[in-house]
Design a protein around this ligand. Structure first.
Ligand code: HEC
Length: 125
């Protein structure tokens, strides 16, 4: 069962992972299934593209990073990805949401699976 903690979500700042960060962070050992992340990735493709390169209209309009480059991966610790996916990040859009929408509907495990999947993208070619 999913446990939602709205207060926890409200307390967190809506911001993207810092570009100056260099720590890689540890991938949660509980996450075994890349397949779970791959399945959930369908929700993200409109903006991030099937391959994570963000070669989409939205990606171009909002300078969405290419997840497959080594330079991007090197500056994004796993736990910051988790935070960005959960709470969203980026500048506010005209619609009043952050450019990268929050995904509070996902369970902790689902978000972790997505972060692991994203970090695997660059290794696919
Ligand atoms: C409506 C378009 C949209 C959707 C849908 C979307 N994203 Fe994003 N995402 C963005 C934008 C725009 C950014 C960059 C925000 C910025 O840095 O200004 C972003 C950034 C991110 C980042 C942080 C990148 C960084 O450099 O820190 C992660 C991680 C991410 N998205 C994962 C996901 C995942 C996983 C999903 C699906 C559950 C998803 N996104 C769905 C638009 C989207």
């Amino acid at each position: 069962m999913r446990i939602l903690i709205p207060a926890f979500l409200l307390l967190l700042l809506v911001s993207c992972a810092s570009a100056s960060s260099t720590a890689k962070g540890d991938v949660d050992p509980e996450v075994q299934s890349l397949a779970t992340g791959q399945l959930l990735w369908s929700r993200c493709q409109t903006c991030h593209g099937v391959d994570g390169r963000a070669k989409t209209t939205y990606g171009a309009e909002h300078s969405v990073p290419d997840f497959t480059t080594q330079s991007w991966r090197d500056t994004r610790p796993y736990d910051e990805l988790v935070e960005s996916i959960t709470n969203g990040c980026g500048p506010e859009t005209a619609a009043g949401t952050s450019a990268m929408p929050s995904h509070g509907e996902l369970s902790k495990e689902e978000v972790r699976a997505l972060a692991v999947y994203i970090l695997s993208l660059g290794e696919q070619g």
